[in-house]
Ligand binder design. Sequence first.
Ligand code: CA
Length: 499
Amino acid sequence: MARKWAALALVAALWVGMCRAGAEYRTYYEIFVGSFCDYDGDGIGDLRGAMSKLDYVCDTLGATGIYLMPVMASPSYHKYDVANYFAVDPEYGTLEDFADLAEECARRGAALILDLPVNHTSSSHPWFVAACESLARGDAEGEYVGYYNFSRERGSGRQPVPAAEGWYYEAQFAEDMPDLNLDNDAVRAEIAKIVRFWLDIGATGFRLDAVTSYYTGAAGKNAEFLAFLKECAGDAYLVGEAWTDGGQLLSLYGSGTDSLFNFPFSQKDGDIISCVLGGRGAALAKSVADWDARLREAAPGAVDAVFLTNHDMVRSAGALRRDPALIKQAAAVYLLMPGNSFIYYGEEIGMRGGSRGDPDKRMPMIWSLEDDSGMADPPEGAMSAETVDAGAYAQAADPGSILSFYARAVAIKSAHAALARGRAEALDAGFAQVCAYEAAHGGEVLRVYHNLGDKASLSGLEGFAMVAWLDAGGESPELVGGVLKMPPLSTAVLAPGAR
Ligand code: CA
């Protein structure tokens, strides 16, 4: 018997390994569909609009994957509370629009992943409506009652059931977002069906919403549920939103999930922006290498998912003092880092957004400051105005723009597999402001140098050639006679083998 279990465990481990082996390395572009591009002119961005901007996303910027925030039918502007998992929200279009978008992405070789909120549904979802009706009739055994976490006890994160006195339901996020009972086999069967449905019509994977809330306060059960989702998705790519610390992330990686967003490195106080602002390059290299080592040890084959900010965060341009040089340098760091990099739409043109509420973090993409065609209206509840120095079209035509810089950084990562796949080993460059690490993969050995402070001259690099460089501060690095001269805010990628 013990041998049988050992064999099963081995098969499971191989399966997880195979799934991960299928994960591809990409630079993703995150889109809030409602604010990205309005195709039919009703003021709300839509799937046809997103499709009309694939040249921009895939060619101008060079992203190789697209992550769409929720597109399923929902009563809210943000659509994280789904009322029908098998339909596109009418504001965004139709299933046919989605299939067309997926086909066009596939034609371009771009991945297309979808936000999958299954921690909770909308309170208007037919399952929840039916469950509440059962309870109101005094029928606690009704078919859908078991889909949610109903209780006779009031408590934290619980709301009273309308029309069924004495009953409460779990709703950790909001009253209109009842938490699903993920222990229920029928709910799991529904979720497996949802995953299959979207993969069948062209999605290549999912961004898993609210992973740490699947089971509030039960990390082990969250990992188990992630493993279930990986089983449903097969070799499709999964990236989870677990807004937590490094230790928790590593334990969740044990589930076999391909990627989890690297929250500790994100935002103003995260390792990337804080080190760029503080000129602490050597410290950054150590953070990058230490995390890479811990991740590879905990979950060989897992793919880090690095980003500066997402739709729940104040846009990074503000933290970077609205300074194009700092904005570019932070981008150079995370767009070249190991794993998959995720760009939040608008970040690549330096959009600033507001900080008052979530809608202010999801403002309309500014295609042009002169011509508002394709531009959506601000989302419901937005209280601030979006600003940018130049719109996307103008920046695409300007080689010195933030957008052109992002495109160059994305192209460098796409061209050198060792950057995404190689294990980062910190190097001592002899300057505290220089972030230096080596990454090797499949015979390619690269050295990455970011100068986050005053100019620095690094010697002893005879036998190396500069294969790529970036000039966030405006001046390019030079490699002459084994000496790498780095102006402030510059990046150099070196490989052995002098030409
Ligand atoms: Ca529209």
